[in-house]
Design a protein around this ligand. Structure first.
Ligand code: DGY
Length: 324
């Protein structure tokens, strides 16, 4: 039996790649950068499976380029806003993602960003490296405490809950806004987003990027936050209006922000946010622990192979394809 042909849009960790190679005839895009649109359309032609990254837009055009033999699209990420899922569903193609295994890494990183923004860690390091540290100063680089403060989580899925769990040890009171989630880890629900913004000292975003959440963190949202508050975003850059954030941070209408995700990615170096001392930005690395990235590759490979075998994907974002 010939092995099924698949296109893998980047070199992923061996834990997943070895599995893919064992089961498939895999063409693996070797570039450090994602394949261009033209290359993606060309490489997709005639394949039975596509294993893609969050940097690849997969829509009807790509699915049609692959053709009727396409059985599965497996995303190497828990978020899947890079895939036009209704296009896949309309063609009966299951789409896989990688939930769960990056929850702890992402929650750790959200916490790292929260602490770093509150205590001005990267600003302090820049200060030191610039030779500005001349003595210990009573008022040098003062930040804000966590203990006794309120952390507001916007979105209370797996990652939001893991952040809440960590917050217990930091003596934070935790509230969340997510009408679909049940309470966990001492976190209490609030009825409205406005209420959360009004009382939170830290606001951390944990929603997927959807039509409803796109630019949810806009001038209005920011104007409802406390002037001493810290904003953290480890979800998706599209959730935030960066121009509005720039204005809020520049005018000190909030204390600081820490972003692991931006729009676009990578963030152009002339982005005004990069000129602000009270804005910390990292290059979408919240899930970048060895364990998480190994397991993302592994789950993505498992989804791909299940789809190729005609089995139900272990993690499928459009299970309605099985109801046909
Ligand atoms: C995901 O899996 O959606 C993350 O953003 C990757 O870091």
């Amino acid at each position: 039996m010939p092995k099924p042909k698949v296109f893998v849009t980047r070199v992923i960790r061996d834990k997943g790649l070895d599995l893919v190679k064992e089961f498939c005839e895999a063409e693996i895009w070797p570039g450090e950068l994602p394949p261009s649109r033209e290359v993606l359309l060309e490489k997709a032609r005639g394949v039975a499976g596509i294993l893609c990254l969050l940097t690849d837009r997969i829509d009807g055009e790509v699915l049609d380029a692959a053709g009727p033999g396409l059985k599965v699209v497996s995303n190497h990420a828990v978020g899947f806003d890079n895939i036009v899922v209704p296009d896949a569903t309309a063609r009966g193609i299951p789409v896989g993602n990688t939930p769960g295994i990056l929850t702890d890494a992402t929650a750790d990183f959200a916490f790292a960003l929260m602490l770093a923004a509150a205590r001005r860690v990267s600003e302090a390091e820049r200060y030191l490296r610039a030779g500005k540290w001349v003595t210990w100063g009573p008022s040098t680089l003062l930040g804000v405490d966590l203990a006794g403060k309120t952390l507001g989580l916007v979105g209370f899925g797996r990652i939001g809950q893991a952040v809440a769990k960590r917050a217990v040890g930091f003596d934070l009171r935790v509230i969340y806004y997510d009408p679909s989630a049940a309470p966990a880890w001492n976190a209490s629900p609030v009825g409205t987003l406005d209420e959360l913004l009004r009382v939170s000292d830290f606001v951390s975003i944990h929603t997927p990027l959807t039509a409803e959440t796109r630019r949810m963190v806009n001038a209005d949202f920011l104007s409802k936050m406390k002037p001493t508050a810290v904003l953290v975003n480890t979800a998706r850059g599209g959730v935030l209006d960066q121009a509005a954030l720039y204005d809020a941070l520049k005018d000190k209408r909030i204390f600081a922000a820490a972003l692991d995700v931006t729009d676009p990615e990578p963030l152009p170096l002339d982005c005004p946010l990069l000129r602000l001392e009270n804005c910390l930005i990292t290059p979408h690395i919240a899930s970048a622990s060895t364990y998480s990235r190994d397991m993302m590759a592994y789950l993505a490979a498992q989804n791909l192979i299940a789809g190729l075998k005609g089995e139900r994907l272990p993690h499928c974002v459009n299970p309605e394809v099985y109801e046909r």
